[in-house]
Design a protein around this ligand. Sequence first.
Ligand code: AMP
Length: 215
Amino acid sequence: MVRTVLLGPPGAGKGTQAARLVEKYNVPHISTGDIFRENIKNGTELGKKAQEYMNKGELVPDDLVIDIATDRLKRDDCKNGFLLDGFPRTVYQAEKLDEFLKKEGVSLDKVIDIEVEDQELVDRLTGRRVCKSCGASYNVKNIPPKEEGVCDKCHGDLEQRADDKEETVLNRIKVYTEQTMPLVDYYKKTDRLVEIDGALGLEVVFQQIVEALGK
Ligand code: AMP
C-alpha cells in the first residue's frame, strides 16, 4: 500500500511514471488534470470553468480543485492507498490535503519530486502527442509513433493537447516555479520529500521511485 504524491514541473514525466506505479502498487492514479480534461470532453459546468484557466496555462482556483480531489479520495478504492499526480500544486492545496488525510486517520508516505531543466521541459511538452482514444503518449522527437499521427497501440488519432502549445507551455513552467515550487520546501520541512533527477531516463527514474517508496 502506498499513499504518495508525484511532484514536478509539467513535462517531468509524472503521468508516464504514474501509469507504471499504479500497476506495481495496485492503487488508483488520481490526476486532477485528467479529471478536468474528462469534464471538458463531456461539456460539464466544471469543465467549462476549468478550461478558461487551463488554456492559458494558469492554475484552476484552489477551492474548485480541492473539492474535486478530496471527493475522489473519499471513494472506496482509495482506502488502500493512492497516487496523486498534479495535486497538490499550491501550499494551500497541500495544507488542505494534510487536513483531509488527518481527519481520515492516514498520512502521506512520501512525496516524489521529479525535476527536469526548463529547456528540456519545453522540448518534451511541445513535442508531445496524445492518442484521442486511449490516451497513450508519444513525442515527435524522442518517442515517435511508427506512423505519423497514428497511435501504435489502438490506431487512434494523435493530437496535441491545447495547453502544450509553446506559449502556454512557457506560462505553465512559470506558474510551476512561482506557485508549486514552494511545495518542495513544505514537504522537505516535514521530512517527506524525495528528489529524483528526471533527466535520468524513464527506467532509472522508475527504479529510484520504487526504492524511495521502499515497498
Ligand atoms: P496536468 O495535466 O496535471 O498538467 O494539468 C493540466 C492543467 O489542469 C494545469 O495546467 C491546470 O490548469 C489544471 N490543474 C490540474 N491540477 C491542478 C491543481 N492541482 N491545481 C490547479 N490547477 C490544476
